[in-house]
Structures are given as C-alpha cells and as structure tokens.
Design a protein around this ligand. Structure first.
Ligand SMILES: NC(=O)C1=CN([C@@H]2O[C@H](COP(=O)(O)OP(=O)(O)OC[C@H]3O[C@@H](n4cnc5c(N)ncnc54)[C@H](OP(=O)(O)O)[C@@H]3O)[C@@H](O)[C@H]2O)C=CC1
Ligand SMILES: CC(=O)N[C@@H](CCC(=O)OP(=O)(O)O)C(=O)O
Length: 336
C-alpha cells in the first residue's frame, strides 16, 4: 500500500491486519521512506519492523490489490502504471467526481477521471463495484452526509436544498502539521472552516444526493473542527416535501437500511454520537421531522478514518474481489 505513514494508511493497515484474506505486501511513504513503520505507526506492532519504501510503480508492482492513501493529485500517475488487472483502491479524491468542471473548480487541477464509487449503500453502487479493478473511496464528510440524507431523497421526502453542518475530529486533516490543528488551537474549542460553499466535499455530496433524488440537489455545507482525534457528526436538514410526515420518514429510513450491514438506524428518540462508532465501520443514523420548521432533520455519526476512509476502502475491496462484504470489518465501537 502507498501512504503507509499517514493516518488513512495507518487505519487501513490496522484493518488489513485483522482481515483473513489479506497478506500485507510492500508499504510505501514519501518523506518517511527508509523509516521503520514502528517509528511512525507504533500501534501496528505486527508491522513494526517493516521498512517504508519509496512510492514507485516498481515497488507497488506484483500485488493483487494496491491501496493509495496519498494527497490529492498524486494517485493518477501511480495508478496509470499499475496495469488493468490490479485492483487499485484510491482513498484520495482524484477519481470521485463525475463532472470535470466541478473537479477543476474545487481542486484547481485537471480532472484525472472517474472510477466506480466506493459507497456500496448508494443504489447501483454494489453492481458497479463487483469485479471492478478501480475503486474511488468517498470523502469522509460525503460518506456521513450521504448516508444521513439518502433515504429522504431516494423516497422523495425532502426538497433538493440540503443544509449540512458537520463536526470532524482533527485526524481528518491528515498528519502533516498545520497551524489551525495545533493542540492549543483545537483543545477546548470548536470552529468552522471552508464556510460559504468552498469545501471540496460539497460537489461530492451534491453528486450523491442528486443521484438518489433523480434531480439536482444543492448542498450548503459548513464543516467544523471538533476537539477530538476521530469522528464525524453530520447534522443535515432540508425542507420537507409537501405531505411528508414523521411516519413517512421513519418508514423510508427503516426500509433503506434494514439490510445494510454497516448502517444502523437508531431506535426512535436516540441520537448518534461519535464515541459509539469509534474504530468501527458502523454508521449510526437518526431522522426526525420538525413540524414547526417543516424540515427533515437527519444526523449521522461515523469514524472518519474507518467507515469514512479505510473501512469503506476494505468494504469496497471485498465487493470488488467477490468476498463477503463484511470480511475484516466490525460494527463494534470502543466506549467510553
Ligand atoms: N484522514 C482522513 O480522515 C481521510 C483521508 N482521506 C484521504 O486519504 C489520503 C491520505 O490522507 P491522510 O492519511 O489523512 O494524510 P497524511 O498526511 O496523514 O498522509 C499522507 C501520506 O501520503 C504520503 N505522501 C505525501 N506526499 C506524497 C507524494 N508526493 N507522493 C507519494 N506519497 C506522498 C505521506 O508519506 P510521508 O509521510 O512518508 O511523507 C503519507 O504516507 C488523502 O487523499 C486524504 O484526502 C480520505 C478520507 C478521510
Ligand atoms: C478535519 C479536516 O480537515 N478534514 C478534511 C477532510 C479530509 C477528507 O477526508 O477528505 P479527502 O479524502 O477528500 O481529503 C478537510 O476538511 O479537508
């Protein structure tokens, strides 16, 4: 796997170590090439002595599956050299968006292409992933937001203008040092960023929800940084379609998620919490109808590194390879 020194790579390796069908091959880094993994990911004891190699096609050749956990824009060049028969699972953003104009507007570089999208819970996604040799793993916020609102849009219960405020743990920003992630800036404080439609996950949410609704959906998205290492809590709302009732919403969500192995609709009256999904591939979802505002309110909690990245990647790998989808993944969290 490429990007083994990062947060997403570390979480992927944690999951792969417990996957019965996987043997871990070459591990690569960039500035940390030559370092033992134990110096960078001390929680991955069985791999502590493995030395990171440079991220080159030669090092990554000869594997059945290659995971890329690299910064945006770095995956395409590597993937192009890996051959069509290798399953390449990109945990970065490069191949998530279908609209080149949206990519260029939010990422500021030429669009590399579009791969089957690794959110199996979306209608039609499993069929596209089965047997695929390329997978684009969704962004962490789009995973949380899409699964919060999907049943409301798929059942025509909400107007196509969603408002989302989501809080993320700091690991979502990766390991590279950033001033706004200094402990003294984050501890005991919450703050928004990317306000006013600027966050690059906005078009990905609109893409997913628009596909569910069968019409364009606009998303007003405000991310916030929360003083915790892991977790996303997404609070989403949209004006209810005329005639929508609380019972309609409940029925739509029950129907949508009854057979989903990782999406858990909480019993009525209980609301998602990030601690409940810590380290697990579960998504906790709840929905309510606010009669005074005539709005659908949906809340989801995920672990940004698990279902939001590495767990989603393993789930999609399992489907692509024809393995049982839940292999190596757990819905059991760590609490408190
Ligand atoms: N953190 C999260 O919650 C999520 C992350 N992702 C995506 O996963 C990817 C990795 O993110 P994350 O692990 O958080 O980031 P980190 O900053 O923690 O890790 C980045 C990794 O990429 C390597 N790297 C950096 N620059 C290059 C380069 N030019 N060529 C090759 N390798 C390079 C780094 O190697 P080294 O350390 O050796 O320099 C490191 O292994 C990103 O695309 C991110 O968007 C997706 C969803 C959620
Ligand atoms: C807290 C925080 O900074 N989160 C990151 C989301 C990271 C992620 O998962 O997104 P990509 O895979 O698209 O990079 C952010 O808002 O940029």
């Amino acid at each position: 796997m490429a990007g083994a020194s990062g947060y997403a790579g570390g979480e992927l390796l944690r999951l792969l170590l417990a996957h019965p069908g996987v043997e871990i091959g070459a591990l690569t880094g960039n500035s940390n090439a030559g370092q033992p993994l134990g110096a960078l990911q001390p929680h991955l004891l069985p791999l502590a002595g493995r030395v990171l190699e440079p991220t080159t096609a030669e090092v990554l050749a000869g594997h059945d599956v290659v995971f890329l956990a690299l910064p945006h824009g770095q995956s395409a060049a590597v993937a192009a050299q890996l051959g069509d028969e290798v399953l390449v699972v990109d945990m970065g953003a490069d191949f998530r968006l279908a609209d080149p104009a949206a990519w260029e507007r939010f990422y500021g570089s030429p669009h590399a292409g579009t791969w089957p999208y690794g959110l199996p819970e979306l209608p039609g996604a499993r069929a596209a992933l089965e047997g695929s040799r390329r997978v684009a793993v969704p962004g962490c916020y789009p995973t949380a937001v899409t699964l919060a609102l999907l049943p409301a849009y798929a059942h025509g219960l909400a107007e196509p203008e969603a408002v989302v405020v989501a809080a993320s743990g700091t690991s979502g920003a990766g390991k590279a040092p950033k001033t706004h992630l200094l402990g003294s800036e984050v501890m005991g404080s919450m703050s928004p960023y990317g306000v006013g439609g600027g966050h690059r996950h906005t078009p990905e949410m609109a893409q997913n929800l628009g596909a569910a609704a069968g019409e364009p959906v606009t998303v007003s998205f405000t991310p916030t940084l929360a003083p915790m290492a892991r977790g996303i809590l997404a609070t989403c709302s949209a004006k209810a379609r005329p005639g929508t009732t609380a019972q309609d919403l409940r029925a739509a969500y029950e129907k949508a998620y009854a057979d989903e192995p990782f999406v858990h609709l909480l019993p009525e009256g209980r609301w998602p919490a990030t601690a409940s999904v810590h380290g697990s591939n579960a998504v906790h979802v709840q929905v309510a109808y606010d009669p005074a505002a005539d709005r659908v309110i949906a809340v989801s909690a995920i672990d940004n590194l698990t279902k939001g990245t590495a767990g989603g990647a393993v789930q999609s790998m399992n489907i692509a390879l024809g393995l049982p989808e839940e292999t190596g993944l757990s819905t059991i969290g760590i609490a408190p």
